[in-house]
Design a protein around this ligand. Structure first.
Ligand SMILES: NC(=O)c1ccc[n+]([C@@H]2O[C@H](COP(=O)([O-])OP(=O)(O)OC[C@H]3O[C@@H](n4cnc5c(N)ncnc54)[C@H](OP(=O)(O)O)[C@@H]3O)[C@@H](O)[C@H]2O)c1
Length: 268
C-alpha cells in the first residue's frame, strides 16, 4: 500500500505538536506529515543524530521544529519535557515510543527490565497525557494519539508484560476518549501490527519471514492521522481482521494461536 499525505487541522491540533519518540520510523513520518500541515514540533528521543536529521527534514516545510534529547525512562523526563515546552500551546500529543525492549518468561525474568517496559508504556504515557491533556481540555480543543499494538489484544508468552502494557494503553484510551470527547479533544489508540521500523530491524526481526504481513511506517502514520477523530481505537486496515480474531473467546485458544504465529514469525 502506498499512501498519500494527510492534512491536519492546525486550528484544532496546533500550533505545536509534541511527538514522544519522534526521531525515526513511524515517529519520523508523523513529524514530516505534521510539519507539512503547518504544525510546529517538539521531537523527543534519545539518539541526537536521528532527531537532528528528522528535524532538518521537517523544517523544510517551513515550521519551527525543536528537538529534546531525552530518555523517557529518566526520573526527570517529564519535568524536562514540561520545561522544554513551557509557554508553547501544544494542541497535539503523539506518544509513539514504546516498542518492547525485553522479553523473557516472566517468573525467571529481570524485574527491573520488565519495569522499564511498564514505565515507558504506562507511567510516562499517563504523565504526558496529563501534562498536555489538561490544558487541551481547558482550551476545548486538541488531540492525543497513543501507539498500540495488535499484541495488546492477546496475552503473548515471553512478552507478557509488553502485551499487557499495550492492553492497558488501549483500555485507558477508551476511558480517556469518553472523558475528553465533550471537551473537544480527540483521543485515539492507533493499533499497529508488524511495521518496518529501524527499532524492529535492530531487534533482528526478519521482515521477509514467509507469511509475515509487514506495514510501512509512512502508511500507518498517515492512516493514523487520517483517523485521529475516529477514536477511541483505530486498528490499521491491514490488521483489523487480526485484531478481531485475537479478541475472540475462548481465550486459551487465542493465546495458543498467537504463540504458534509468533513462533512461525521467529522461525522457531
Ligand atoms: N514496529 C512494529 O512492528 C510495531 C508493532 C506494533 C506496535 N508498535 C508500536 O509502535 C511504536 C513505535 O515503535 P518502533 O518500532 O518505531 O520502536 P520504538 O523503540 O518505540 O521507537 C520509536 C521512537 O521512540 C524513541 N524511543 C524509544 N525508547 C525511548 C526512550 N526510552 N526514551 C525516549 N525515546 C525513546 C525512538 O528513538 P530513540 O531510540 O533514539 O530513543 C524512536 O524515535 C511503539 O509504541 C510500538 O510499541 C510497533
Amino acid at each position: 500500500m502506498t499512501s498519500t499525505s494527510t492534512s491536519i487541522d492546525t486550528e484544532k491540533y496546533g500550533p505545536w505538536a509534541v511527538i514522544a519518540g519522534g526521531s525515526e520510523g513511524v515517529g519520523a513520518v508523523f513529524a514530516d506529515e505534521l510539519a507539512r500541515s503547518g504544525l510546529n514540533l517538539v521531537l523527543i528521543a534519545r539518539n541526537k543524530d536521528a532527531l537532528e536529521s528528522t528535524a532538518e527534514q521537517a523544517r523544510k516545510h517551513g515550521t519551527d521544529v525543536r528537538i529534546l534529547v531525552q530518555d523517557l525512562l529518566a526520573d526527570d523526563a517529564v519535568a524536562n519535557i514540561a520545561a522544554a515546552t513551557s509557554g508553547r500551546e501544544v494542541g497535539l500529543l503523539i506518544f509513539n515510543a514504546g516498542a518492547n525492549t525485553y522479553g523473557n518468561e516472566f517468573v525467571f525474568g529481570d524485574m527491573k527490565r520488565f519495569r522499564d517496559v511498564m514505565t515507558l508504556n504506562i507511567d510516562r504515557q499517563l504523565e504526558l497525557v496529563q501534562l498536555f491533556g489538561k490544558p487541551m481540555a481547558e482550551r476545548g480543543r486538541g488531540g492525543i494519539v497513543l501507539l498500540g499494538s495488535v499484541t495488546g489484544f492477546v496475552g503473548s508468552g515471553h512478552q507478557s508484560i509488553y502485551s499487557a502494557a499495550k492492553a492497558f494503553s488501549r483500555v485507558f484510551a477508551e476511558g480517556l476518549w469518553w472523558e475528553m470527547r465533550d471537551r473537544g479533544v480527540d483521543v485515539v489508540e492507533l493499533v499497529l501490527g508488524v511495521t518496518r521500523t529501524p527499532a524492529m530491524a535492530r531487534a533482528g526481526l526478519n521482515f521477509d519471514a514467509p507469511g509475515l504481513r509487514v506495514s510501512e511506517p509512512a502508511d500507518v502514520a498517515r492512516e493514523g492521522l487520517a483517523h485521529i477523530a475516529d477514536g477511541p481505537v483505530w486498528v490499521v486496515d491491514a490488521e483489523q481482521e487480526g485484531a478481531r480474531a485475537r479478541s475472540q473467546f475462548p481465550r486459551g485458544e487465542r493465546v495458543l494461536a498467537e504463540a504458534a504465529a509468533v513462533a512461525a514469525m521467529m522461525g522457531r
